[in-house]
Design a protein around this ligand. Structure first.
Ligand code: HEC
Length: 428
């Protein structure tokens, strides 16, 4: 029998091609632009109202048609994500047609404007901020500062979303933070050291260790990333009492800057039935020594590395979060199941350090037990890479220090234990 060949048109969202007034395309603009182009966010000006857009039509036409905005570096033909910022071909056509048609306003519809996630619709339920601003000296040195922020609540809380907040994103290379349960009342969560400059204050190192006995969850922030949100019954539980420890990696800067850091927490009422976990594969995580070849990048070379990891349990994957530094060129991850099926996770054909993301799937991705996760990363340590921190290029490797002149080849996975029917579940 002859096999027929199907051509499958693969798009991440379907949009009906109706009229082209502002109010018709407003939901697209609000979801795909306004999240960053609003006060306090990364975008340099607001894009919220009709006039905000009409003031800059030519500019918007340019950034939309070139694909410069919205910034989204994952290949949308490879895999789909719920938090995708990129425009589909139809969305792009609609916006450009509206601009070419002299941007009519049209009539407002009764439908409510769309926003990205539940977390963006309301104010946070709890803000855990370091109470003082930290002066990052402009001496062209990177530094790693740990901040401790205590919390004491009447009861434990179910977490729906976490969002890192800061007054000054551009000086942060990345940040990791962990939530620790401190049930022992003999340990005062408010007392003692609250801040450690890990490079200079040798004697203070370890001052937080007695809080670190019971880590409940950890996560992080990297340039470009947004809220970490757990739909449906997924999430984790914040204990009644404990501390958050932020490990902040500040970039080397030339002039003094102030930095305030913290995390917004969003609660949900129901207890968490599906606890999420996070695991880090590759440098700084599981399988660091199995990276093939050994993770070193000689000067004036482009080099590709791979890592294969076996999954010990059946999982429902909610997020993938690839991480590399400035030599990163491309990143791909996929899974091969014991039955031989391939599940594509993520492909970033042109790595861009400025725009990284925790990529949230539209449906939980079922990873059968015994599957192999494949990671593949290519690095460009030549002088053709404009972001290469070394000129002339130097020998680069991963020393576990996470300094930006070192490299990383890491994939973080946020997942829960698989339950029957997960793969059919729609995640918001
Ligand atoms: C993830 C955050 C984010 C989203 C989403 C986003 N922008 Fe931006 N936008 C930025 C940042 C940051 C800048 C300034 C830095 C830059 O130009 O790269 C910017 C710059 C711009 C500029 C100026 C470009 C320049 O060359 O100076 C325009 C115009 C723009 N955005 C339009 C849009 C439109 C239209 C959308 C939606 C279709 C959008 N942006 C979505 C973050 C965002």
């Amino acid at each position: 029998m002859r096999r027929s060949l199907f051509i499958i048109l693969f798009t991440c969202a379907s949009v009906s091609l109706r009229g082209q007034t502002f109010h018709d395309i407003e939901p697209i603009l609000l979801t795909k632009c306004s999240g960053c182009h609003k006060p306090g966010e990364a975008g340099p000006f607001p894009l919220l109202k009709y006039e905000d857009f009409t003031k800059r039509l030519n500019f918007i036409k340019e950034v939309v048609s070139t694909g410069y905005m919205p910034p989204w570096r994952a290949d949308t033909l490879y895999s789909c994500f719920a938090n995708q910022r990129g425009l589909t071909a139809e969305e792009k056509t609609k916006i450009l047609a509206w601009i070419d048609n002299k941007a009519p306003k049209g009539k407002a519809s009764k439908d409510k404007p769309v926003t990205n996630t539940a977390a963006n619709k309301r104010a946070p339920d709890l803000v855990l901020k370091y109470p003082a601003s930290f002066l990052v000296k402009g001496n062209n040195k990177e530094r790693f500062i740990e901040f401790k922020v205590p919390f004491e609540l009447p009861a434990e809380k179910s977490i729906e979303a976490v969002e890192f907040v800061t007054n000054n994103r551009k000086i942060i290379h990345h940040i990791n933070y962990g939530f620790y349960n401190v049930p022992d009342n003999a340990i005062d969560v408010h007392a003692g050291t609250n801040i450690i400059n890990t490079d200079e204050e040798i004697e203070k190192r370890g001052a937080f260790d007695h809080y670190k006995q019971q880590m409940v969850y950890y996560t992080g922030w990297i340039p470009g990333s947004s809220t970490e949100y757990y739909p449906n019954e997924f999430g984790w539980t914040l204990p009644r009492r404990g501390v958050v420890i932020f490990t902040t990696h500040y970039a080397a800067i030339a002039a003094d800057e102030e930095s305030v850091i913290g995390v917004n927490l969003y609660f949900k009422d129901a207890p968490i039935k599906r606890p999420v976990r996070i695991i880090s594969l590759g440098s700084g995580g599981v399988g660091e020594r199995d990276i093939d070849p050994i993770f070193m990048i000689p000067p004036n070379e482009e080099r590709t590395f791979t890592l294969k990891m076996k999954t010990p349990e059946e999982q429902s994957l909610l997020y993938v979060w690839p991480h590399m530094h400035f030599l990163g060129k491309s990143f791909e991850a996929y899974v091969v199941t014991p039955a031989g099926d391939t599940i594509r996770l993520i492909n970033i054909p042109q790595w861009d350090f400025r725009w990284q993301e925790l990529y949230r799937f539209k449906k939980p991705v079922r990873i059968p037990r015994g599957s192999i996760i494949y990671m593949k990363g290519t690095y460009d340590n030549t002088k053709n890479n404009p972001l290469n921190p070394n000129n002339p290029p130097k020998f680069v490797f991963s020393r576990g220090s996470m300094k930006s002149e070192d490299e990383m080849f890491t994939l973080l996975l946020i997942y829960a234990q698989y339950q029957a029917g997960d793969e059919l579940m729609e995640l918001e």
